[in-house]
Design a protein around this ligand. Structure first.
Ligand code: GLU
Length: 490
């Protein structure tokens, strides 16, 4: 396999949405393909008809497109190894199941649900670690099997696990993993509805699609011995395996819906950037070991290595995702953020108002260090889009004193004299006013911020004033002088 082009696949079952764990698997496969000049394939494992969800495949592809994980082959994209939907490959699986039956490596099983249930209860009573089929139907003669098939009896096809030595997996992430053969069940390969199970379809497709590396979640590790036996029984070369660590809630329980969102589209609709999500899931089980946490997709494409994937479970820490979201916003230029801000504005109460691109870019530059989400440009600094609706009580109490209205009048007069609105002009005018009034600059800085923005935090005050502009600043100061009644005790 050494000189072959690496071929990896993301093989989700379409459940209706892309799970964040699925995104991690897809990403690691994608990065592996990029780094090794390989191919990244999307295969839809839709053989469980009970779980069929209308539109699920389209949804999955849309989400993968949104995050930018382009695949080289897959449904709709096509490729030389299609179809890439397992439900369109049923005959292929049947043929291999028949081949296994002919070779004695699989057999028909006609056991009823009742018999299986009794067997299960019996084995539970004996406190056996897991339920195993007892090979009852292996004793049927060819003749009996023929009769049952002819009579149209329900059946499944089972793997015939042969006695032998342990099944050993040499996993890129987990190293050597051994499984006792006694623990491996005679897995159903073809179900009574004629559809293959995950195990058969997965192995057949990985082989036919020339997959060289199977990179998937740890929850599939326990299925791998069955897969290895299938490869052996079909005389096929094994791919390499890499099982990615489980995703855990902060309390180390398995990541579940109960503790938060697990669908990528939920994060998308909450305003997370695809760059942040990709960066975040990249760190769920992988690091370069140098404490670096911020990665662009381009950096990941050169830094990622499957050998550095950790064994231990990866904790899903939403605070880190939020931090990364803010970091990725900071990393963007105002030009790049502009359409996002416009989009937020058009979905807000400011949708009728028109702001110049230049103005919005100044707003972005002053605020992008201070937001986690794009909508916070509006929620954290509405004063760039409207006059203060109210004044923060706490700040008012602390900063707006009896003599403040007079100070503000003086300040407004000096602002009036400025030739143009700029950071430096506002600063010079304010310092001059402080000198004239013989007061500290703070006595002007805090109240003017309150008058102009209504709150006590935000960008540097002179930047704020320069963006809002001289006339509007003076107007807002005058409104504040008229509107604010001095809290008693100030
Ligand atoms: N269909 C399986 C899933 O839903 C694929 C597991 C594998 O990659 O083998 O995750």
């Amino acid at each position: 396999m050494i000189n072959e082009t690496p071929r990896v696949r993301f093989a989700p079952s379409p459940t209706g949405y892309l799970h964040v764990g699925g995104l991690r698997t897809a990403l690691y496969n994608y990065l592996f393909a990029k780094i090794n000049n390989g191919k990244f394939i999307l295969r839809i494992e839709d053989t469980d008809r009970n779980r069929f969800v209308e539109g699920a495949v389209e949804n999955l592809i849309d989400t993968l497109n949104w995050v930018g994980l382009e695949f080289d082959e897959g449904p709709k994209t096509g490729g030389d190894f299609g179809p890439y939907l397992q439900s369109e490959r049923l005959d292929i699986y049947k043929n291999y199941a028949n081949q296994l039956i002919t070779d004695g490596k699989a057999y028909h099983c006609f056991c009823s649900q009742e018999r299986l249930q009794n067997l299960r209860e019996e084995q539970q009573k004996q406190k056996l670690p897991q339920m195993k089929y007892d090979k009852h139907c292996l004793n049927l003669s060819k003749e009996e099997i023929r009769q049952k098939l002819d009579a149209g009896e329900n059946y499944v096809v089972r793997l015939n696990v042969q006695p032998g030595i342990k099944v050993i997996i040499s996993d890129i992430v987990r190293g050597r993993v051994e499984f006792d053969r006694d623990t491996i069940d005679d897995q159903v390969l073809i179900k009574s509805d004629g559809y293959p199970t995950y195990h058969l379809a997965n192995v057949v497709d990985d082989h036919l699609m020339k997959i060289t590396h199977v990179i998937r979640g740890e929850e599939w590790l326990s299925s791998t011995p069955k897969h290895i036996l299938l490869y052996q029984y079909l005389n096929w070369e094994l791919p390499e395996f890499a099982h990615l660590p489980l995703l855990l809630n902060p309390d180390r329980s398995k990541l579940s819906k109960r503790q938060g969102d697990v669908a990528v589209e939920d994060y998308q609709s909450k305003g997370y950037l695809k760059e942040a999500l990709i960066n975040f899931v990249a760190l769920l089980g992988w690091s370069t070991g140098d404490n670096k946490e911020f990665y662009t997709i381009e950096e990941l494409k050169t830094n990622f290595s499957i050998e550095r994937v950790h064994k231990s479970g990866a904790i899903f820490n939403i605070d880190k995702l939020n931090w990364l979201n803010s970091e990725h916003i900071k990393n963007k230029t105002a030009e790049e953020i502009l359409p996002e801000l416009k989009n937020e504005l058009s979905n807000s109460k400011f949708n009728e108002m028109r702001f110049s691109d230049d103005y919005l870019k100044q707003v972005i530059d002053s605020m992008k260090e201070r937001v986690i989400f794009y909508n916070e440009f509006l929620t954290k600094s509405p004063y760039f889009f409207e006059r203060p609706q109210q004044y923060d009580e706490e700040v008012l109490k602390k900063r707006w004193k009896e003599d403040t209205p007079d100070h503000m009048k003086n300040l407004a007069e000096n602002f009036e004299k400025m030739e143009e609105s700029s950071h430096d002009n506002f600063e010079a005018a304010l310092r001059k006013t402080a000198e004239e009034l013989e007061i500290g600059a703070g006595k002007l800085i805090h109240p003017v911020r309150l008058a102009v923005s209504g709150i006590g935090v935000g960008p540097g005050v002179f930047d704020l004033l320069a963006i809002i502009g001289k006339d509007e600043v003076i107007e807002r100061i005058n409104i504040a002088i008229n509107k604010i009644t001095i809290p008693s005790g100030n």
